[in-house]
Design a protein around this ligand. Structure first.
Ligand SMILES: Cc1cc2nc3c(=O)[nH]c(=O)nc-3n(C[C@H](O)[C@H](O)[C@H](O)COP(=O)(O)OP(=O)(O)OC[C@H]3O[C@@H](n4cnc5c(N)ncnc54)[C@H](O)[C@@H]3O)c2cc1C
Length: 271
């Protein structure tokens, strides 16, 4: 049984921000609902108000310019990311990572904003966006702030979001467009599943970055390395950035081994 809650679906951004201000910690933003409705059904979250973000124009759409890079609305779905021609051509790692999330039905509903705001250590758009140098736009009735994604995640299922704030867009810099890339995601089953370990690598002429999922309280990215960094150097940087735990999916030792395995496989084969 679901508990009783109000469902509000504003059509204007200013109304959304006023509703967030008014209901604050009693409210949750609803995007695809693939995380939130599970929490509500399980009784682990009992918000009084759900505020739907999907009708707000500023939260939708994907835009690219050679000056500003890629801007992705928080309510953009995984399928929209996977199918967008500019994302596929200029940010193929992002399109690929969106395609790693759940099943086809789920990807039709699940949004980038929901994936990042749930802030699971295994979020597939987490480690992939981190290596692309993403920044997150947070909006509230008080104003707008843009922060690097590496500062957005603060712990397991915890972010910098204040009660009256929403993520409006995610930005990807032009320098990351066309980056060589590779991503591996280990699951317990061949079908849809959360990552036991995931590794994403992006390389431009200026830097090489490795991002890791499910190996720390948040998705993480190692400090920038030179583009020609060796497997040994990348592995050392990755191991320094993570601190995996034993849990139902895998042991710490297995996770550490798989991160090394994936880096050795991905680095020589970046496309
Ligand atoms: C069967 C199943 C399989 C899954 N497989 C994967 C997987 O393989 N990989 C993976 O990464 N995830 C997976 N997930 C988790 C989930 O589907 C994703 O995290 C998804 O992207 C969440 O997006 P959503 O739009 O459905 O979020 P919602 O459920 O609508 O929201 C999630 C959270 O984010 C908040 N939120 C949403 N939008 C905003 C916003 N704009 N600003 C601020 N807060 C916001 C909500 O209030 C809520 O707390 C799976 C889930 C299920 C049920």
């Amino acid at each position: 049984m679901l508990h009783e809650f109000s469902y509000l679906a504003p059509r204007e951004r200013k109304d959304l921000l006023q509703l967030l201000k008014k209901h604050s910690s009693q409210a949750r933003l609803l995007a695809g609902g693939t995380d939130l409705l599970c929490e509500i059904r399980l009784g682990t979250d009992r918000p009084e108000v759900l505020i739907d973000v999907k009708n707000i124009a500023e939260f939708r759409g994907i835009a690219f310019s050679e000056q500003d890079g890629l801007a992705v609305g928080a309510a953009v779905t995984c399928v929209e990311l996977m199918e967008h021609p500019v994302v596929r051509k200029r940010f193929p790692l992002l399109a690929h990572a969106a395609g790693q999330i759940g099943s086809a039905q789920l990807r039709n509903r699940a949004t980038i904003g929901g994936n990042l705001c749930t802030a699971s250590p295994c979020a597939d758009l987490g480690c992939s966006s981190l290596v692309l140098g993403a920044r997150v736009e947070l909006v509230s009735a008080r104003g707008t702030r843009v922060i690097p994604m590496k500062d957005f995640f603060t712990g397991v299922k915890a972010t910098q979001l204040k009660d009256d704030e929403a993520v409006q867009r995610v930005f990807y810099p032009v320098v990351a467009a066309g980056a060589k890339w590779g991503m591996e995601k280990l699951k317990r089953i061949k079908g849809h599943d959360l990552a036991v370990v995931s590794v994403a690598i992006a390389r431009t002429t200026q830097w090489l970055r490795v991002g890791i999922g499910s190996c720390a309280p948040t998705p993480v990215v190692a400090a920038d390395l030179p583009p020609n960094a060796s497997v040994k150097a990348v592995t050392e940087a990755a191991l320094k950035a993570i601190d995996p735990i034993d849990d139902v999916r895998a042991s710490r030792e297995f996770r550490l081994a798989m991160v090394q395995e994936f880096i050795a496989k991905l680095l020589p084969a970046l496309s």
